[in-house]
Design a protein around this ligand. Structure first.
Ligand code: ATP
Ligand code: MG
Length: 339
């Protein structure tokens, strides 16, 4: 079992990132560890330069994201925690795969279409080539489990296409260079919506800070955000069917259920009939009790630059070692002379 996943170090991590992705990384880390496998979690800093960015912000966010991941329970001794920029093999393999990826494949990517909009000519080449780097990220380590959100499934299918074409063009049939990776979308992964609009997902890039709970918010701020969250005037129903057409109510119930690692049914069995004036303070309390210890650890680690550097250096050294055999066989398969 080899788990590989990345997270972009842009903006502040929020409740949706935690419940939808990071908490899941921690579970996979423990599963992989118990099964004698590996878990590689990296900060996708090379991906972050595909869009206009502020260098000082990227630098600070990368270090903050390491502190966040460790505060959330990723253990640098059990996981390989690193940033792409310190493992040159990611960029090298991307270039090798550029010869295999087709323009037509990349042109069909919905993320490219969404992010480029009408101004394709004005985008960076990196934004267009983004899925090739993502393919390199997972193919480099012969990943078996790649936990991703629904939005990244198409990119992982592209990684499979690239791997398949490379293997069939350049490798002997009985000695493929790359393992075809499978997306791993946990069925219980939560999708948390904005606190201001139940039809939009909670997002780092939402202009309104009131739309999300940041993992770095203090208890009072969290309580205020829950209090001000958009709702409707009806009390909570006693069963999930009663949440149909009430996206904001559904979202608060889902958040509660995800925090408690239980189901909306169970939450409604206990809180059905309550108005939001009663339910919101209880939700805020749960939120604070789950996130406060994370925040405390984060605050402690955030300013320990030496510790953060050491975590990344150690992770990068292990990642380089783990990626080397695949990178070497890719160079060899292509006929490149390497001394
Ligand atoms: P951006 O707005 O910059 O795209 P984001 O909030 O979507 O930021 P990402 O860095 O794109 O965050 O995603 C990191 C991880 O968190 C991904 O695995 C993604 O699927 C997951 N994730 C992001 N938002 C949510 C959400 N609202 N609910 C559940 N999971 C989420
Ligand atoms: Mg996103």
């Amino acid at each position: 079992m080899r788990v590989v996943s990345g997270i972009q170090p842009t903006g502040k991590p929020h409740l949706g990132n935690y419940l939808g992705a990071i908490r899941n990384y921690v579970k996979l880390q423990d599963e992989a560890h118990d099964a004698g496998g590996d878990c590689l979690i990296f900060l996708a800093d090379l991906h972050a330069i595909s869009m206009p960015h502020q260098p000082a912000e990227l630098h600070a966010s990368t270090l903050e994201m390491v502190a966040t991941l460790v505060a959330c329970g990723l253990d640098p001794a059990r996981s390989v925690l690193f940033n792409q920029a310190q493992v040159a093999a990611h960029a090298e393999l991307q270039w090798l795969l550029m010869g295999t990826a087709r323009m037509g494949w990349l042109n069909r990517m919905t993320q490219w279409k969404d992010k480029a909009g009408k101004n394709r000519e004005g985008q960076s080449v990196a934004l267009f080539g983004y899925p090739v780097l993502q393919a390199a990220d997972v193919l480099l380590y012969q990943a078996t489990h790649v936990p991703v959100g629904e939005d990244q499934k198409q990119h992982l299918e592209l990684a499979r296409d690239i791997a398949q074409k490379f293997n069939s063009d350049f490798a002997a049939e009985d000695a493929p260079v790359f393992t075809l990776p499978d997306p791993f979308i946990p069925e219980d992964a939560a999708r948390i919506m904005s606190l201001r609009d139940g039809s939009k997902k909670m997002s780092k890039s939402d202009a309104s800070d009131m739309s999300r709970i940041n993992l770095t918010d203090d208890a009072d701020t969290m309580a205020q955000k829950v209090k001000k969250a958009k709702t409707d005037p009806e009390p909570l129903p006693s069963e999930p069917a009663g949440l149909a057409g009430r996206p904001e109510a559904l979202n608060l119930v889902s958040i509660y259920a995800a925090l408690d690692e239980t189901t909306p049914e169970a939450v409604l069995a206990e809180h059905g009939g309550q108005g939001f004036g009663q339910f919101k303070p209880v939700l805020a309390e749960r939120l604070v009790s789950v996130l406060e210890p994370i925040r405390d650890r984060f605050v402690e680690l955030r300013d320990d630059r030496e510790a953060l550097d050491a975590i990344l250096a150690r992770g990068a050294a292990r990642a380089r070692e783990m990626g080397r055999p695949t990178l070497d066989s890719a160079y060899r398969a292509l006929g490149l002379v390497r001394g």
